[in-house]
Design a binder for this molecule. Structure first.
Ligand code: SF4
Length: 329
């Protein structure tokens, strides 16, 4: 591990001032990913700015939405009564991730900015364009069971590891930022980038910017929502495929509205817009669900070890939507 200095910021302004102009500074939340990356010398900051003192409140808004402080822990968010009642898919997504000990430490801001768990990214002896631009990608012809089937590029086939972000993408969350050029907001769905030819640039964050809060808009039909994660073992494993879904069905059994996002399939949380468009106005039945899944996965491509995820994603979409209609046989 490289030498670094440690500073503790009392608020966002202090954190931004401490890191200002230092490309080798990193904001530190719970450290559950960053410290691992530092141990492997994949990340080599010369300064850590501890931002766990930033707001951690989880506050219902007058409009029915929710404002979540960036330093709120994953455990606190999953246990929050408003989240459990109004956004159950979010609570379930968080509880599907990591271990209780890690959720106790991990912050909402840090969860959003965690980096891929591609094994070659953590292995300094491997070729990895994300760690070293232009080096190549050992995952393409290597072990790629957990890698992307949507939106990948020749440069990188990694996936984003967060479960929480999949639910946030489905919920149209907004991420509030602050930085040297002032505060701004960005849709969660637009915060993470696809790899293209620069997989080392993972988000739309500008230098020195910091996540200060996440805001959920009101979504009454999200009371009928869930999150399902398919993985190689029952706990403490990353997703092969995951699905976050909320479903609004009218009295005639027709889909009035739907939110759908996928995890484990792309370099970013994958909002399933094609499936949503295919479902609206259609009968809420297995045939419509399968057609929507086919539409979403039409552009999917597989690698040596992960082609099975294309069919797995389709079946998981159908199963989750079936569960939300009360027909999950
Ligand atoms: Fe690196 Fe991406 Fe290739 Fe993994 S998939 S080795 S992160 S370039």
């Amino acid at each position: 591990m490289n030498p670094f200095t440690y500073e503790r910021a009392s608020d966002a302004s202090a954190a931004i001032e401490l890191a200002k102009g230092n490309a080798a500074a990193r904001y530190l939340g719970g450290g559950t990913n960053l410290v691992d990356l530092m141990r492997e010398t994949v990340e080599r900051p010369d300064m850590l700015v501890d931002v766990t003192g930033l707001p951690r409140g989880i506050e219902p808004r007058a409009d029915g939405g929710l404002l979540i402080g960036a330093a709120a822990t994953n455990t606190a968010l999953a246990a929050d009564s408003h989240v459990r009642r109004h956004y159950p898919l979010l609570a379930r997504a968080i509880l599907a991730g990591a271990s209780a000990q890690i959720r106790n430490m991990a912050t909402v801001g840090g969860n959003i900015l965690q980096r891929t768990r591609c094994r070659y990214f953590y292995d300094n002896a491997a070729a990895c364009n994300k760690r070293q631009p232009g080096a190549g990608c050992d995952a393409r012809d290597g072990f790629n069971r957990y890698h992307a089937i949507l939106g990948a590029s020749p440069a990188c086939v990694a996936t984003h590891p967060s479960d929480m972000c999949v639910a946030l993408a489905a919920l149209d969350a907004t991420v509030h930022l602050d930085g040297p050029t002032g505060p701004r907001s960005i849709a969660l769905a637009e915060l993470h980038r696809l790899p293209g030819d620069r997989p080392d640039i993972e988000t739309e964050l500008k230098p020195g910017e910091l996540i200060t809060a996440v805001e959920l808009p009101p979504l009454p039909f999200a009371r009928r929502s869930t999150y399902r994660k398919v993985r190689d073992r029952a706990s403490y494993a990353f997703a092969l495929v995951s699905v976050a879904a909320a479903l609004d069905i009218d009295d005639g059994g027709v889909v009035r509205n739907v939110r759908l996002a996928l995890g484990g399939v792309a370099h970013k949380p994958w909002r399933a817009s094609a499936a949503e468009a295919a479902l609206k106005g259609r009968p809420a039945n297995a045939e419509s669900f399968r057609a929507a899944a086919e539409a979403e996965l039409a552009a999917a491509t597989g690698l040596r070890d992960n082609a099975f995820k294309i069919e797995l994603a389709k079946r998981t979409i159908v199963a989750v939507l079936g569960e939300l209609t009360g027909d999950d046989a």
